[in-house]
Design a protein around this ligand. Structure first.
Ligand SMILES: NC(=O)c1ccc[n+]([C@@H]2O[C@H](COP(=O)([O-])OP(=O)(O)OC[C@H]3O[C@@H](n4cnc5c(N)ncnc54)[C@H](OP(=O)(O)O)[C@@H]3O)[C@@H](O)[C@H]2O)c1
Length: 243
């Protein structure tokens, strides 16, 4: 039997992240369930195992350097390498977020999780990803981070509410994704951003119209790209999202 593909999904204890873990597990992969809360992580791991997934818990707070380092150590001990990293953990910082009213601390908190957290975890995992034959990195972004869609350029309707912390954090994440793709061009590492659509989760008080399973589909697609697949792009189910 060939060795299983090893994946880590951050923020995998609920919502879209849980369904990404379930979907990758259904492919026969071994899936690290990255989550910061011990109880929420363990119950997600138990639920995934009950569904037949080869899941293992990875304590991980994406805002904490020591936690990211420890997570990489755990995966090294557990698997010796990492094939796929899905940076899914994210927060909105709470609404409303009117630019003229916002507390700067909200911006810092959201960027710390949604942008710096992705950089922190990606860099902690990079030595393990470099050991993989086909490394993939998927950053869960949002079309609300698309400047084209927000501005209604290209004749599109503006996307998402006015949200001066959350939306620009995803614009920032998209730009960061592109920077990684540029540095890593010429390597076998493919890194892309994905938008799950408007999904009913805690993040939006379950106002979304798609299921978490539907939201997970784009991440699973980007996690399973062939070696000649795209890198440095931004996708949703329907195709490329404009920057
Ligand atoms: N829902 C949507 O409509 C939508 C649309 C576009 C993009 N997205 C993106 O999709 C991703 C998943 O969102 P979701 O809707 O599934 O939200 P969710 O149900 O609120 O889940 C967010 C996950 O991130 C985790 N998380 C937050 N901060 C963390 C930290 N510091 N360290 C580790 N984990 C942390 C949460 O853990 P705890 O349980 O411990 O809080 C939870 O597991 C996010 O990046 C979000 O921006 C969602």
């Amino acid at each position: 039997m060939s060795e299983p593909t090893i994946a880590l999904v951050t923020g995998a204890n609920k919502g879209i992240g849980y369904e990404i873990a379930a979907g990758l597990g259904a492919l026969g992969w071994s899936v690290g369930v990255g989550a910061r809360d011990d109880q929420r992580r363990e119950s997600a791991v138990e639920k995934l195992r009950a569904a037949g997934v080869d899941a293992f818990g990875v304590p991980l707070d994406v805002t904490d350097d020591a936690s990211a380092t420890a997570a990489a150590r755990l995966i090294e001990e557990q698997a010796g390498r990492l094939d796929v990293l899905v940076n899914n953990a994210g927060i909105t910082g709470g609404m409303p977020q009117e630019p003229t009213q916002v507390d700067p601390a909200t911006i810092r908190t959201v960027v710390e999780t949604n942008v710096i957290g992705v950089i922190r975890v990606t860099n902690a995992m990079m030595p393990l990803l470099r050991r993989s034959a086909s490394p993939r990195i998927v950053n869960m972004s949002s079309s609300v981070g698309s400047l084209t869609r927000q501005s209604g350029t290209a004749g599109e309707q503006t996307t998402g509410p006015v949200a001066v912390a959350y939306a620009p954090s995803k614009t920032f994440l998209n730009a960061v994704t592109l920077q990684y793709a540029r540095e890593l061009s010429g390597t076998n590492i493919l890194i892309n951003a994905g938008c799950p659509g408007f999904v009913a989760t805690d993040l939006n008080g379950f106002r979304g119209v798609r299921t978490p399973e539907q939201g997970a589909a784009i991440a699973i697609k980007l996690a399973t790209l062939p070696d000649d697949g795209p890198t440095g792009k931004f996708f949703e189910d329907a195709g490329v999202v404009p920057w």
